[in-house]
Design a protein. Structure first.
Length: 278
């Protein structure tokens, strides 16, 4: 979409993913850089490691992984606008990063790579927005090599939120959200396939931000070069929508956390462990 021709109505009616791409927000995986650093600690990654970033959005996870590891990374996302923004970010990075990272439009339901192709799959919170989670998980299994790792960092609820908040989040995102606990996610993967074993599970809490912090965050985006020169009525629409979204997200954070969950694709089922640390 030509930003010079944007109208107030365009801002109000565009999809959430298109709006995020317009803002050029660094749409981080749950946990952000903390999650990326933890992945590097948990899974061996070298220059032969092939990583698939599912739901790569505007490119944060792929680019950050490439900056702190020598791996080769392929990012996929269903949003053309997000992939376009990710490619723009990639073009501004170093030659080493550009040579090891690619982005393309693709669905997790039909991943455009052969069987047993990746050593590590990073999903972040993307699966939470998919209607057919089992189908996506089956695709993760297909393209992951034997004994490879699936890392998910989904948003997880430690307390059941009010239904109105769930409805508001669903309306913003554009898909029905089902509040899930960490245990729900483990059970969802187990129900989709018995060929993944739970390898590591680490829950984290999130906390709401103050109204001042939210206002400052919104104003930061209005000062970006590609936004500050837009017509005042368009900038006003951007501010109103962004502020409205973040207020709902912030209310949701009273009930929300995230978990770093690592699964391994196994070829054999081992006996259960008994005497382990707690």
């Amino acid at each position: 979409m030509d930003q010079n021709r944007l109208t107030k109505t365009d801002i109000e009616q565009m999809s959430y993913t298109d709006f995020i791409a317009l803002l050029d927000e660094t749409n981080r995986c749950p946990g952000g850089k903390k999650t990326i650093r933890r992945i590097r600690e948990l899974v061996h990654i070298d220059d032969k490691t092939k990583i698939l970033d599912v739901g790569s959005n505007t490119g944060f996870t792929s680019l950050e992984l490439a900056r702190i590891t020598p791996a080769n990374i392929s990012g996929i996302d269903v949003s053309e606008s997000c992939v376009s923004q990710a490619k723009k970010s990639l073009s501004k990075d170093t030659e080493s990063i550009r040579s090891r990272v690619t982005f393309q439009v693709a669905s997790a339901y039909s991943i455009p790579f052969p069987n047993d192709n990746f050593d590590l799959i990073m999903v972040g919170g993307a699966t939470g927005f998919m209607d057919d989670k089992s189908k996506a998980i089956s695709e993760y299994l297909r393209v992951l090599r034997p004994w490879g790792f699936l890392v998910m960092s989904p948003l997880t609820y430690h307390t059941q939120p009010p239904q109105q908040i769930v409805d508001n989040i669903s309306e913003i995102i554009g898909t029905t959200i089902k509040p899930m606990t960490t245990k729900d996610w483990v059970n969802t993967v187990d129900a989709a396939t018995k060929d993944f074993e739970l390898y590591f599970n680490e829950p984290h809490n999130l906390s709401p931000r103050t109204s001042r912090e939210i206002d400052e965050y919104v104003d930061y985006f209005l000062k970006k070069d590609h936004v500050k020169n837009l017509p005042e009525v368009v900038r006003g629409a951007i501010r109103n929508r962004w502020l409205s979204i973040l207020k709902v997200f912030n209310e949701n954070h009273k009930f929300l956390g995230y978990s770093i969950i690592v699964f391994r694709k196994r070829l054999v089922v081992e006996d259960p462990e008994l005497f382990i640390s707690t």
